[in-house]
Design a protein around this ligand. Structure first.
Ligand SMILES: NC(=O)c1ccc[n+]([C@@H]2O[C@H](COP(=O)([O-])OP(=O)(O)OC[C@H]3O[C@@H](n4cnc5c(N)ncnc54)[C@H](OP(=O)(O)O)[C@@H]3O)[C@@H](O)[C@H]2O)c1
Length: 265
């Protein structure tokens, strides 16, 4: 049975993916920062919960290194842990931006490095990254978040070439807005510019609340884990493929105009 390591399973997409993969018979090690938040994950067959902070390397704790040592090889790693920082750049504080970059980019690099030596030795493995449509095109109020997801796209594209000779594949799952607490927890509610800026923040929050169901993302990840599909990019919904493909032709002009109009209203 394939063994899967998933980061950030206390809520949202990570929790649902952990439960679904375990139900499907994968051996899942679901990691959470605070085990007291993981009660829903307890008592399921094929599912172990471990404590891990993807920033533990900063404190020289190496939570993920300890887990890899304890469980041995992982066939699949899902780098899901992430945070949001939404708002106008001038309102965002440098320490918040640092935490965002540390979690969404450095935390992913740390997670990959924890499993990589063993995958290279065994000449096989799947690395799945929770990127976003925000990693393919920029949107207002998300500049720093988008920057971290653009960085993941570059990381994965490069690694997919570097690791192909070792039989290791990379997969970028790129959902648009999904119904989770991500935006609510990480969005600025006020702006020092007030008025129209705050209305935009509220509108962006509504976009997330009416986002796509988590199960669409989970289903896509399940198919990748089952080896039913093996591409680098998985925009969700898949229709977005065309928009992304057309980006150099249309989006950079038309899409930019649409967002500009949105900002001016
Ligand atoms: N929701 C969307 O619209 C959307 C769209 C595209 C991509 N994504 C991506 O999907 C992933 C999951 O997000 P979600 O929407 O499911 O949001 P979520 O419910 O807020 O889940 C985020 C998870 O990451 C964990 N996390 C945060 N910092 C961590 C750290 N330092 N170490 C370990 N775990 C940490 C959180 O744990 P705590 O409970 O301990 O904070 C939580 O379990 C993220 O990478 C996000 O960028 C989300």
């Amino acid at each position: 049975m394939k063994k899967v390591l998933i980061t950030g399973c206390s809520s949202g997409i990570g929790k649902e993916v952990a439960l679904t993969l375990a139900q499907e018979g994968f051996e899942v090690v679901a990691t959470v920062r605070h085990p007291e938040k993981a009660k829903d994950l307890a008592g399921h067959t094929h599912l172990c919960v471990e404590k891990a902070d993807v920033l533990s390397y900063i404190e020289k704790e190496d939570d993920l290194g300890r887990i890899v040592k304890q469980y041995g090889s992982f066939d699949i790693v899902i780098c899901n842990a992430g945070v949001m920082l939404g708002g106008f750049l001038e309102d965002l504080k440098m320490d918040e931006i640092q935490r965002l970059v540390d979690t969404n980019l450095m935390g992913v690099i740390y997670t990959i490095k924890a499993v990589l030596p063993d995958m290279i030795e065994r000449q096989s493995g799947k690395i799945i990254l929770l990127s976003s449509l925000a990693g393919r095109r920029g949107t207002p109020l998300m500049s720093c978040y988008d920057a971290t997801k653009f960085a993941l796209e570059g990381l994965a594209e490069s690694l997919s070439l570097e690791l192909a000779p070792y039989g290791i594949t990379l997969h970028l799952v790129e959902p648009g807005c999904v119904q989770t607490d991500l935006y609510r927890q990480g969005a600025m509610k006020q702006s020092r510019r007030q008025g129209v800026y705050e209305q935009k923040l509220e509108k962006m929050s509504q976009k997330f609340q009416s986002g796509r169901p988590r199960k669409e993302v989970t289903f896509q990840i399940l198919k990748i884990c089952q080896g039913k599909t093996s591409r680098l990019h998985y925009p969700i919904p898949a229709l977005k493929h065309f928009q992304i493909w057309l980006k150099p032709l249309i989006f950079s002009k038309l899409g930019h105009l649409v967002w500009k109009k949105w900002m001016n209203h």
